[in-house]
Design a binder for this molecule. Sequence first.
Ligand SMILES: Cc1ncc(C[n+]2csc(CCOP(=O)(O)OP(=O)(O)O)c2C)c(N)n1
Ligand SMILES: [Mg+2]
Length: 319
Amino acid sequence: MKNKYDKDFLIYLLEKMMVVRKFEEKIQALFSDGVLHGTTHLGIGEEGTAVGATMALENQDYIFATHRGHGQVIGKGADVNAVMAEMFGKKTGVSLGLGGSMHLADIEKGIFGTNGIVGANLAIACGTAFSIKTKKEKDKIAVAFFGDGATNEGVVHESMNIASVWNLPILFVLVNNGYSVSKKLFEMTKNTNLLERAKIYDMKAYEVDGNNALEVFETVKKAREEILKENAPILIVANTYRLSGHSKSDNNLYRNQEEIEKWQNKDPIKALIGVIGCSKDEIVALENNVDNIIKEAVDFAKNSPEPTIEDILDRVYAK
Ligand SMILES: Cc1ncc(C[n+]2csc(CCOP(=O)(O)OP(=O)(O)O)c2C)c(N)n1
Ligand SMILES: [Mg+2]
């Protein structure tokens, strides 16, 4: 595939995707070893969508991520050390160690949190988009990520409807990985053409190969411009696949190896390496660099202090 980007940019995009992949592989190992506690949702295989989309945004844009949001948050520019420290519940974490995987926020970077309530982030994003519009803020949009499963939540319908009626500056990025926990898309809805969801709100919509990071990047960039110019929200349906299980505990009993292997062959990282045409040496150098970034992040997290009781009470707003 030909592309019009210079190699430095492509390598930057690739490296970000590799950071996300290795970050998640590392935390998976740390959970298995009993070092990290609670649960987490990995987006291994979805980096093309998460990083392609967030790298197409501007710093001033706001994102509202899902429960599967490490890639969305790191892609938007959160500090990897601080995201790792958050996983460890440390004070140096993005949310002061009080949030964890499903509450990763960094307001300065426009990251308004990952969110464990499926679909809720769309409503919050609409509120923020309404604020952008009311304050007449220029060159800024809100972006809400959501899954195929979420499309069957009432709040998703209400949010897309109000965004359309009020002409809000918001981009809806539907990460269609084909599953809601263990249920396939066709078991959750009769009409599996998710692009058509936009029709009923008279909303513009695009469909992309979510494993093609460049296609995602270009489409999000174009959609961002159109939202600002045309004063109307847009839906992007990104078709992808999570190679990892739904959450920390998943025996993969609802899908077969053949299906997983088919998607391993469409791995977004391998695909981008193919587009760039990296040499073996370049890949090894990149891998080593990313391994160091992740190692440093784990060391930083391990050596960071815990939040104190005062830190916690400081953030209790209804005393
Ligand atoms: C309101 C709500 N209902 C149910 C759940 C439980 N739950 C967590 S993730 C999930 C599946 C969501 O599927 P999808 O939106 O496709 O996102 P994916 O997990 O595939 O990334 C469900 C049902 C929840 N967290 N919140
Ligand atoms: Mg899904």
